[in-house]
Design a protein around this ligand. Structure first.
Ligand code: AHG
Ligand code: MN
Ligand code: MN
Length: 334
């Protein structure tokens, strides 16, 4: 009996060979750094309560947020297993104020990897899904050799060559796209491999769920409040329900599978939005568009935003065409 087991490494190699016949396998080797690191993180997440790694450190990160112990473990694991790939030039993490240079030699280091090592970390102690988000950019050629490291990182989202996330949920799933669709792999703990379980994921054009932190809604700009009322009143032709997990990866994963809309608009405490452009909004927006959905900051495409700083924040509205276009129309009339 031949088992239909397609690992993420085999999948990416086949994808790369199909699109770039002379592919060197470099990208697949880079991705194997992410799969190995996230399997280690998954093992830690699964036993966090037993390993004395729940709770917080005494540190606050560059975001001014209290750092959870698992944030540190996930960050160190990703830095280690991405850093030793040999083809990663620069790594930038939510948990590090500045980018980490791995390879100065431009012939070696072709890729820039930007990541949120543990997303939704406030949910760890209450055993709710958390995730890891990654974004992969190519390091621009620079004959002068004087190009500033930050310039290699601050690239607009449309330049991503791949992006993905791992959601540590009821199962551990890796979802990635590298230019030809979005594919989901479920970790089989009995063999320690991510196996293809969701080929060519497509986001429904319209769903029945909206997802936002309703506690902030009084502070949303008026057009957003009108939009939520529009959804609740059935004006889009169907009854909506509200779901909010508080981990972007988990809220987006549900939106990718079921459609609807996730929104983190400008709020009173975060007038420029709370979510970070480079390692939350951009990878999520890349996946959404690769799956047929839309992602905007309320004015334009997330992927068109030219970053000016590593940890800059943005509003994020992401979901099916029907809901996002309806919201954009209402915002345009505002
Ligand atoms: P992180 O844990 O990496 O800081 O991310 C948390 C983010 C995101 O996961 C989630 O969508 C959002 O914070 C939730 O924010 P609120 O608690 O303000 O709703
Ligand atoms: Mn996050
Ligand atoms: Mn995080």
């Amino acid at each position: 009996m031949t088992l239909q087991l397609l690992t993420v490494q085999q999948h990416i190699l086949e994808e790369q060979r199909r699109r770039y016949p002379d592919a060197s396998g470099e990208f697949s080797w880079l991705l194997s750094g992410i799969t190995l690191a996230t399997k280690i993180v998954a093992a830690q997440v699964r036993r966090a309560g037993l390993a004395g790694i729940l709770g917080v450190t005494r540190e606050t990160n560059v975001q001014g947020e209290t750092v959870q112990k698992l944030d540190v473990i996930a960050n160190q694991t990703l830095l280690q297993f991405l850093g030793n790939r040999g083809n990663v030039a620069i790594m930038a993490s939510e948990e590090n104020e500045d980018p980490v240079i791995v390879e100065r030699d431009r012939k070696l280091g072709k890729y820039v990897v930007v990541f949120d090592p543990l997303d939704g970390s406030s949910n760890i102690d209450v055993n709710v899904s958390v995730g890891t988000i990654f974004s992969i950019l190519r390091r621009e050629q620079d004959p002068t050799g004087k190009r500033d490291v930050l310039a290699d990182v601050l690239q607009p989202g449309y330049r991503q060559v791949a992006a993905g996330y791992v959601v540590y949920g009821s199962s551990t799933m890796l979802v990635y796209a590298a230019g030809s669709g979005v594919h989901g792999f479920t970790l089989d703990p009995s063999i320690g491999a991510y196996l293809l379980s969701h080929e060519n994921m497509r986001m429904p054009a319209q769903g029945t769920i909206y997802s936002c932190n309703e506690a902030n809604s009084e502070g949303f700009p008026a057009a957003y409040q009108r939009f939520l009322h529009h959804l609740r009143s059935g004006a889009l032709g169907r009854k909506y329900s509200s779901r909010y997990i508080g981990s972007l990866v988990a809220d987006f994963h549900r939106t990718l599978l079921k459609g609807g809309i996730f929104l983190y608009p400008p709020t009173a405490s975060h007038p420029k939005g709370k979510l970070r452009l480079l390692y939350e909004a951009n990878p999520i927006a890349y996946l959404a568009e690769q799956a047929g959905g839309l992602a905007t900051d309320g004015r334009g495409r997330i992927l068109d935003i030219v970053p000016t700083s590593l940890h800059q924040r943005t509003p994020l509205l992401v979901g099916g065409e029907e809901e996002v276009e309806t919201l954009m129309d209402m915002l345009a009339k505002d």
